[in-house]
Ligand binder design. Structure first.
Ligand code: IMP
Length: 435
């Protein structure tokens, strides 16, 4: 299951629904930059790193080595779930290969963003995600979860803190480094992380082998993508992206699972567009319409509470990411948010330097110059949150779904018309695709 836009496609709800027919749910990239909201049994749960499968008994949740892990943050999630009576024990496995986020990563995130000039800031979530992935690729200063249990852990932290402190001082100049920089004390950090490690110990496992065994045994595994495919480090709107492979291509490397096991991919889209952070967004509506979508859709970041930028559905981008992620069917979320509009637009092409294009540009400068070419459809102007069957949707709502499906080239399998699990329309009852 992959988000096909810039994240925040309400994937948490889809994962929750799909979990019903899976034995294992896997989170395989990103970190606590993601946030999932799941509404079930009248209760709202906000999860970040832990797969929402944790809310169902009998489901095994796995956080793989492709993820970057902030120990206090995941421990906070575990405590929060337990305090609400949710069991978190052997049903949560965390890879010993996952790279660990340390306080210096947060400081580096802030400094990099603070130093960005001329509107070039990425607008990160400041969770230290990028700097941690950078250290993973650089190797010399990286620490994986398994390393927290090694005898030389303290020594490693001391060496890295000395190194990072020099770098931070050099690049900070007169920039404020924030409180955390003053707290880069190796002994304190090592002691804190040893405590976190002890608390996490029951969950730590070689999840690559676990997943290979599980798949070979024919069990049903759901891979839950975080962020959205347009934020993919290699295939998204670089450099305004996150630092992991958030499109479908990231499943194999992030989880350590060969592509041959991926037999059905659901692409999740919101019925309109949103983006949080910097970077081009051709269909953005920085006007009353954008504000209307933000209000109706409660478009404020789950993690940072930042107001999301809102706009029309960009079918050029969604068609690209559906192909990139090998999507079989679509889940269209938040359709109810469009209910009050007299007409609705879909971006079907871009005009770049006078040329009409339907291929998503590989260069961010081209995307910046792209002017959306819209197709206008009539709205339905009636509430649809109570609808449970496709045939009960107003004809114009069905027309809108059909047109999205046609342009993206994939059938719509699920339509969501409200946050609750019940507010869901199964558009295809038998998709004809093996699970
Ligand atoms: P980072 O992942 O914190 O480095 O942020 C990089 C970019 O990805 C920024 O534009 C963030 O706003 C965006 N981003 C990261 N995680 C999410 C998410 O879960 N939803 C939407 N945008 C995200």
């Amino acid at each position: 299951m992959i988000g096909l836009q810039w994240g925040d496609e309400a994937k948490g709800k889809i994962v929750d629904l799909l979990t019903e027919c899976h034995d294992v749910v896997v989170r395989y990239q990103g970190g606590a930059n993601a946030g999932h909201t799941v509404v079930t049994g009248g209760q709202t749960y906000k999860l970040s790193l832990i797969p929402s499968g944790i809310l169902r008994s009998g489901v095994q949740c796995v956080v793989t080595g492709g993820v970057v892990l902030n120990p206090p943050s995941i421990l906070g999630e575990i405590d929060g779930l337990r305090s609400r009576g949710v069991e978190v024990g052997g049903n949560l496995l965390i890879s010993d290969r996952a790279h660990v986020i340390f306080p210096w990563h947060m400081v580096e995130d802030r400094l990099t963003e603070g130093a960005a000039r001329n509107g070039e800031a990425i607008g990160t979530t400041m969770r230290g995600i990028g700097p941690c992935y950078r250290d993973k690729v650089g190797r010399a200063n990286a620490i994986r979860l398994g390393d927290l249990y090694r005898a030389d852990f303290r020594e490693r932290v001391e060496r890295i803190v000395a190194h990072k402190s020099r770098i931070i001082a050099a690049i900070a100049g007169d920039q404020p480094t924030g409180q955390d920089a003053d707290r880069l004390d190796a002994a304190t950090i090592a002691a804190d992380y040893e405590q976190y490690a002890e608390r996490l110990r029951p969950h730590v496992a070689d999840t690559t082998t676990y997943l290979l065994d599980t798949l070979e045994a024919g069990r049903r595994v759901l891979f839950e993508g975080a962020q959205g495919a347009l934020l993919d480090i290699d295939h998204g709107t670089f450099p305004y992206v996150t630092s992991s492979n958030s499109s479908g291509v990231g499943i194999s490397s992030g989880a350590g699972v060969p592509g041959r096991y991926l037999n059905r991919i659901i692409g999740v889209v919101k019925a309109y567009g949103t983006r949080v952070g910097g970077g081009p967004f051709p269909t953005e509506q920085d006007n009353d319409l954008g504000q209307h979508l933000r209000d109706r859709g409660n478009e404020y970041g789950t993690v940072t509470r930042r107001p999301r930028r809102c706009g029309w559905f960009d079918a050029v981008a969604a068609r690209y990411t559906a192909r990139l992620s090998g999507v079989d069917t679509l889940a269209v979320m938040l359709l109810d948010v469009l209910s009050e509009l007299a007409e609705i637009k879909i971006c079907t092409a871009y005009e770049i330097d006078g040329r009409r294009v339907t291929v998503f540009p590989s260069q961010v400068d081209d995307l910046r110059r792209a002017r959306p070419v819209y197709e206008t459809l009539p709205g339905w102007r009636q509430e649809i949150s109570h609808v449970r069957a496709l045939s009960d949707l107003p004809p114009n709502a069905r027309r809108y779904l059909d047109r999205l499906s046609q342009i993206i080239g994939r059938p719509v399998e699920i339509v969501s018309i409200g946050a609750d699990r019940e507010q869901t329309i199964q558009a295809i009852h038998d998709s004809g695709v093996d699970e």
